[in-house]
Design a binder for this molecule. Structure first.
Ligand code: 8DG
Ligand code: MG
Length: 310
């Protein structure tokens, strides 16, 4: 079946809300909510196709957009590539120019709407930020807390609590203190052999856990937090996708001080690997905020980092 290339938009307004529209009942995947957009025309470039669709469907002129996530999905009757961009600037008042209902919703409310099956990773990408901080190992807890206060001021919201120097018991004790002080202010992901039981706190799996769980499946999780995994190659990405994680890190993209002997995948290989799965991917290894636009061009959700973000 020939794959149809669809340009679609996660449109975010100044209040942080996202625009969704309802597909006509008689359309493919009719009656479900969607991110506005439509088929790319022959010989049309992606940005032009996106602009044309949003003008036709919503009456807005896009002034700022960049790639967000690129999905390939096979419906029984249709194969689509959903080439989704994040639109953060536009002129005009968005309205259903083809008579379709539209509404602005908070990212956390997207889960209350029914979307086509292909859209699950788009909803996750719309809810996830551009930067994912992994805490550096720090023996000095005061310095770790001061660093976290600083990263809050820098606008970072998603954090993995990693402290490889701590034994499991010490890590658990530190977790209690970190959550008591910062619990509400960040979206946390924890490491460990068991899924965290704190409400809303996520779990970040190592590549080794991915291989182990691959044959058993996930243990039951009581928490609704994010589920993520560390991946380094195509096999691990595909394991992560099969297990149903929400997002992954892919590393190392560039050589880093912490792994000076690892060559790094390089941008081209990273881009090809990102294209092989339907999940938001944070690039890790040698990343800093100056690399964000390269990461977006490679199809990534954004960057993850230890020293580069702390
Ligand atoms: N725009 C959009 N399409 C989606 C989403 N999710 C999803 O599976 N699709 C599928 C449904 C359709 O098969 C295809 C989009 O085609 P479309 O019907 O919007 O195409 P179009 O706007 O160009 O309209 P037309 O040519 O049919 O008049 O992609 C989504 O979130 N947004
Ligand atoms: Mg359309």
């Amino acid at each position: 079946m020939k794959r149809i290339h669809v340009m679609a938009a996660v449109i975010r307004n100044a209040a942080g809300q996202i625009l969704i529209a309802k597909r006509p009942d008689d359309a493919h995947q009719g009656g479900l909510w969607e991110f506005p957009g439509g088929k790319l025309e022959t010989d049309e470039d992606r940005a032009t196709g996106l602009r044309r669709e949003l003008l036709e469907e919503l009456g807005i002129s896009v002034t700022q957009a960049r790639p967000l996530i690129d999905i390939r999905h096979d419906y029984p009757d249709k194969s689509v590539r959903l080439d989704v961009w994040l639109v953060t600037g536009f002129n005009g008042e968005a309205h259903g120019a083809e008579g379709q209902p539209v509404c602005w919703v908070a990212p956390s409310e997207l889960g209350n709407y029914s979307f086509p099956a292909a859209n699950a990773p788009i909803v996750q990408a719309a809810q996830l930020p551009e930067r994912y901080l992994i805490t550096p190992d720090m023996a000095d807890e005061g310095a770790l807390f001061a660093g976290l206060e600083q990263t809050l001021e820098n606008g970072i919201r998603l954090v993995q609590l990693r402290q490889t120097q701590l034994a499991e018991r010490e890590y658990r004790a530190l977790t209690e203190r970190v959550l008591a002080r910062f619990g509400e202010r960040f979206d946390w992901l924890l490491k460990g052999n068991e899924p965290p039981e704190y409400p809303g706190v996520g779990w970040h799996l190592t590549a080794r856990q991915l291989h182990e769980l691959g044959s058993h499946g996930l243990p039951p999780r009581s928490s609704t937090g994010w589920l993520a995994a560390s991946c380094h190659n195509a096999e691990e990405l595909s394991l992560a996708q099969q297990l149903g994680v929400d997002f992954v890190t892919l590393s190392p993209v560039l050589p880093t001080p912490s792994h000076p002997d690892a060559a790094g995948l390089g941008w081209e290989a990273a881009q090809a690997l990102i294209g092989s799965i339907n999940k938001p991917v944070y690039l890790l290894g040698g990343m800093s905020p100056e690399r964000l636009s390269e990461a977006f061009d490679a199809g990534a959700q954004g960057i993850a980092g230890i020293r580069g973000l702390f």
